[in-house]
Structures are given as structure tokens and as C-alpha cells.
Design a protein around this ligand. Structure first.
Ligand code: UD1
Length: 430
């Protein structure tokens, strides 16, 4: 089991390049199998979730050729299996995107039902409601979702909750349905737009992505394309909060500043200076930060995937902050770990009340999930002394070269896999 060992106290300073968006890439890779022609995808992040999905895609018979770390070619003409292994869905929920992709292309898909996960129960009723509205028969058989149709027919679908996954899954299937589909109350996240742009570059006819009404005119066939994935707004935001929490000066490069607006606004509110460039954002923190209130919301609101990172930063800010989580039910699991580092954080229902402290102190903590894990690393970077973060396998699901990038900004952080290595780090940093 690997861990991060961190000696905190260095302000992060410098420039860092942001990788492609994991959550866009997961859907785009699944959608790539919807044609029999070859798709080239660039700016792919080299993270565990992506690599697992590529394995799942190869396992159903598609040809997957990794050209280099960030480029892959996929050809779906050799798919022989319309059923995805449980092994993959267990590792990444997003393999459920193969449901929409396979159903759209072959009118038949079998994908194991994803279970709950660390941030709470995650129903997929809206995905299934959408497939049914398109005319698919959807049943649960032996723990798997089986969706099939003679033909898919466009429909008018009103989503009961704003769901990124359901919007994308329905958009994929509807792209190859007969006639027109309208998705109302659609998610507006940048990755929904990116998937729509990708599908359109394959010949789909999708309009309105990025608004809450998406209109799709089904086409019979999709074709080859070359596509570059948008930058990861959550990776970028994580480095922006790392700059804030360590009183640093960091420029995140290769980003779309518009996608970071909710994060930028909060950083300014708590006393950081944020400068926007065409494709970069600089965050400078040179005084003690101030309290604020924040509530997670669907885009363009403050992202739930940035909730632990702001909470950790507020743990060091002056005054009492309130962080409200409105998307997932169990996203404060890191609070106890943060308390062990000296934070004053109390969770009541979906709210965390944080009384800022002057300093955090290093401790041994464990990452409960992907984003909370990254947030605990930020806490370690800002804390006095040594922090050890266990279970970093969660962090590796979504951050490419996390420790290398942090080191390039002046952080003292190492990935280790034994107590002996931790000891060595302690001796080295003194
Ligand atoms: C995606 C992101 C995840 C992010 C989340 C919210 C990926 C791979 N993951 O997850 O990182 O935190 O968006 O921005 O892109 N819901 C239902 N029924 C459904 C579907 C969702 O009730 O059928 C609820 C969920 O429980 C949750 C809310 O809707 O409360 C939003 O979930 P959703 O947007 O679907 O999240 P994911 O697509 O799973």
C-alpha cells in the first residue's frame, strides 16, 4: 500500500500544467466505441480511472492503442461482447457510460449495477428512466442492468434531479435513436458540453449542451474523429486551493478560466488575489485568509468535487465558516481526519461548521475518497511537521503525477510504500 509523506510549511510557488478532465474523458472514451471507425483522443489524463475504463473497453473487444501517455486510438468495430464485467464497474462507477454507448450503437447493453460508494448512495434511476423513455426495455437481472430495444425512439425527457451522469448517458443513447430527443433539466457541467462536442464531431446532432435543455436529433451512424479533451477544472481548482492554504503563489496553466469561476470567486472572497489569463489562472495568498460560507451546487454553482479542498483551506482561515454539501450525502468523511490535524470542524447533517485555527499539525491520516484525499494532502502541505496520508490509491484515481507536480512547486512530498521509507524521509527532512 502506498502512502504520501509530507513535510508541511512550504508555500507552493511556481507554475503547473493541468491535465485533461477525467470526468469528460471517462464519457468520451465510452462514446468512442459508438462508431466502427477509428477515434483518436488527445489530452487524456494518465490516471487510474481512465486506465481501468480503457481495459474494460478492450475487454468487450474494442481495439485500444495507447499512442503515448495522453493519446489513445480506439476502434469499436471489433466489439464482440455487449456485457461489461463486474470487475470494472466495481473499480469505476463511470463504466456505466458503456450502457448508453452500447445501447445507442447496438440497442443492447448489459452492465452490472454499480453499488454505493464512499461519498454515499448513488442511485442511477434517472439514467434508466431516460433509456426507458427512448423505448428500451430495462431490467435488473442477476445484479446487472440489461437494456435492450428493437429500435430507440427520440423522446421528451424531464430529469427529476440534475445529474451529470444521466444527462451524458441519455445524450449518448439518444444520438443514435430515431427522431428527436429533448432532455430538460439537464446538467450544464463543462464535461457535458465536452461530450456533446465530441459526439457532434463524430456526426451526432446535439444542440443546447451547457444549458438545461439539450436537443438531440438522432443519426444512423457516427464516424471517425480526432478530439482533444478539455482541461480538468477540479485538478486546477485543487492546485488553486493548495496555493491558498500554503500562502503561496501558483499559476495553473492549460485551463479554461471560465470553468473555474466558482472556485475563483470563493478564493477572492476569502482574501486571495486571483489573476486570469487566456489559458491560465494565478492565485496569490499573502495574508491570513478570511471565513466564508459555501454550498455545493450543480454547475455553474460551487462544485461538490471542490468541497473538501475549500473546507481544509477554511480550517486555517480567520473566523467561522459554514460548508454545506447539497449533492452527496456522505462527503464529510475527512472531517475526523482533519480534526486529528488540529482543525476545529464539526459536522451536522450536510453541514460542516469550521472555526479557523492558526495552524494545523502533521498527523497520520487516511484518504477516505478521491477529492477528500487530495484535500488532506493540502492540509499536510500547510501543516507544521510531518503528515502521512494512507490509502492514496483513491487520489491516484484522479490526479496525474500529483506528487511530482506538487514537488515542482516546492512541496516536500514523497510517495512511499513502507515504514522504512517513511523513516528515511523523516531523517532527510529533519
Ligand atoms: C459526476 C462526477 C462526480 C461529481 C458529480 C457531481 C463523473 C464520473 N463523476 O458524478 O465527480 O461529484 O458528477 O458533479 O463525472 N442522482 C439521482 N439519480 C440518478 C443520478 C443521480 O438521484 O439517476 C443524484 C445523485 O445521488 C446526486 C446528484 O443526483 O445526489 C448528482 O449526481 P450526478 O450528477 O449524477 O453525479 P455523477 O454523474 O455520478
Amino acid at each position: 500500500m502506498e502512502q504520501y509523506v509530507i513535510k508541511g510549511g512550504n508555500p507552493l510557488v511556481g507554475e503547473v500544467d493541468i491535465a485533461g478532465a477525467k470526468n469528460a474523458a471517462l464519457a468520451i472514451l465510452a462514446a468512442a466505441i459508438m462508431t466502427d471507425e477509428t477515434i483518436l483522443i488527445e489530452n487524456l489524463p494518465d490516471v487510474r480511472d481512465i486506465n481501468v475504463l480503457l481495459e474494460a473497453i478492450a475487454k468487450i473487444g474494442a481495439h485500444v492503442e495507447r499512442i503515448d501517455r495522453s493519446v489513445v486510438k480506439i476502434n469499436g468495430s471489433t466489439i464482440g461482447e455487449l456485457s461489461v464485467d463486474y470487475e470494472y464497474i466495481k473499480k469505476i462507477r463511470a463504466s456505466y457510460y458503456l450502457l448508453g454507448a452500447l445501447l445507442g450503437k447496438y440497442k443492447h447493453a448489459e452492465v452490472p449495477l454499480p453499488g454505493g460508494c464512499n461519498i454515499g448512495s448513488r442511485p442511477i434511476d434517472q439514467h434508466l428512466k431516460g433509456f426507458r423513455a427512448l423505448g428500451a426495455k430495462v431490467s435488473i437481472l442477476h445484479g446487472a442492468i440489461v437494456a435492450e430495444a428493437k429500435e430507440l425512439k427520440g423522446s421528451h425527457i424531464f430529469m427529476d434531479v440534475v445529474s451529470v451522469g444521466a444527462t451524458i448517458n441519455i445524450m449518448m443513447a439518444a444520438s443514435m435513436a430515431q427522431g428527436r430527443t429533448i432532455i430538460e433539466n439537464a446538467a450544464r457541467e463543462p464535461h457535458v458540453v465536452d461530450v456533446a462536442n465530441f459526439l457532434n464531431s463524430m456526426g451526432a446532432n446535439i444542440k443546447g449542451a451547457g444549458t438545461d435543455v439539450i436537443r438531440i436529433k438522432g443519426v444512423e451512424k457516427l464516424h471517425k474523429t480526432e478530439y482533444s479533451i478539455i482541461p480538468d477544472q477540479i485538478e486546477a481548482g485543487t492546485f488553486m486551493f493548495a496555493a491558498a492554504a500554503t500562502q503561496g503563489d501558483v499559476t495553473v496553466r492549460n485551463v479554461i478560466p471560465k470553468h473555474l469561476e466558482a472556485t475563483t470567486a470563493k478564493l477572492e472572497e476569502i482574501g486571495c488575489q486571483v489573476e486570469e489569463f487566456d489559458d491560465a489562472v494565478r492565485v496569490v495568498a499573502n495574508k491570513r485568509l478570511r471565513r466564508t460560507h459555501v454550498k455545493t451546487l450543480p454547475y455553474p454553482g460551487y462544485p461538490t468535487d471542490m468541497q473538501p479542498q475549500i473546507a481544509v483551506t477554511l480550517a486555517l482561515a480567520e473566523g467561522t465558516s459554514i460548508v454545506t454539501e447539497s449533492i452527496f450525502e456522505n462527503r464529510f468523511k475527512y472531517a475526523d481526519e482533519l480534526s486529528r490535524m488540529g482543525a476545529n470542524i464539526k459536522v451536522e447533517g450536510n453541514t460542516a461548521i469550521i472555526d479557523g485555527v492558526q495552524k494545523l499539525t502533521g498527523a497520520r491520516v487516511s484518504a477516505p475518497d478521491l477529492r477528500a484525499g487530495a484535500a488532506l494532502v493540502i492540509a499536510g502541505l500547510a501543516a507544521d511537521g510531518i503528515t502521512i496520508v494512507d490509502d492514496i490509491v483513491y487520489i491516484q484515481r484522479g490526479y496525474e503525477s500529483f506528487e511530482e507536480k506538487l514537488r515542482s512547486l516546492g512541496a516536500e512530498i514523497e510517495k512511499v510504500s513502507s515504514e522504512k521509507e517513511i523513516q528515511k524521509f523523516r531523517l532527510r527532512v529533519g
